[in-house]
Design a protein around this ligand. Structure first.
Ligand SMILES: O=C(O)CCC(=O)C(=O)O
Length: 142
C-alpha cells in the first residue's frame, strides 16, 4: 500500500482475457461481454504455495482468466463443494492461460508447488512465478 490510486486496467489484458474466453468456451457472445476490471497479480518465490480457496468475491458470474509467467507450478483444481478430493493436478507453465468458467468457475483451487528453474531462459524474472488473474467484479467504480 503506497497511497496511490490503483492503475487503470490495461487494454491489452482485457483483449487477452476476451480471447482466452473465446478460445476456451467457443462462446463468442460470452467473450464479447467479458469486461475484466481487476488484474490481481501474485508473485510466488520458489517456496511459495497458495491454499485451497474459491474465487467468490466477485458480484457476477463472469469467467476468471489466469495467466502464468515464470517457473511452472503444480495447480490443484478441486470440486465446488469443499476443499477435499476429488481434485486434479495440472502443471501450469509460463505462458499458459487457464479459464475458470462453467462448472469450474467456483471450483476450489490451490498452488501446491513451484518448480524452480523451469522458467524459459531470458525472462529476467530471477526465479519464481507470477500469476495474473483477470476478474470482472460487478462492482461500480466510485
Ligand atoms: O496462481 C495461480 O495459479 C492461482 C491464483 C489464485 O488462485 C488466485 O489469485 O486466487
Amino acid at each position: 500500500m503506497d497511497g496511490q490510486l490503483v492503475a487503470p486496467m490495461e487494454q491489452w489484458l482485457i483483449r487477452l482475457g476476451k480471447q482466452a474466453v473465446a478460445e476456451a468456451t467457443g462462446d463468442l457472445r460470452r467473450a464479447q461481454d467479458y469486461q475484466p476490471d481487476v488484474a490481481l497479480v501474485n508473485y510466488y518465490d520458489v517456496q511459495a504455495t497458495m491454499g485451497m480457496h474459491q474465487d467468490a468475491e466477485e458480484r457476477i458470474n463472469a469467467p476468471v482468466v489466469s495467466l502464468s509467467i515464470g517457473d511452472s507450478a503444480t495447480f490443484r483444481l478441486g470440486n465446488t463443494e469443499n476443499r477435499n478430493r476429488p481434485w486434479q493436478e495440472l502443471r501450469l507453465a509460463s505462458g499458459d492461460l487457464f479459464v475458470f468458467d462453467g462448472p469450474a468457475r467456483f471450483a476450489y483451487h490451490s498452488v501446491t508447488k513451484i518448480h524452480a528453474g523451469t522458467a524459459p531462459a531470458g525472462l529476467g524474472l530471477g526465479g519464481g512465478r507470477i500469476n495474473i488473474t483477470l476478474r470482472q467484479t460487478g462492482l461500480e467504480e466510485n
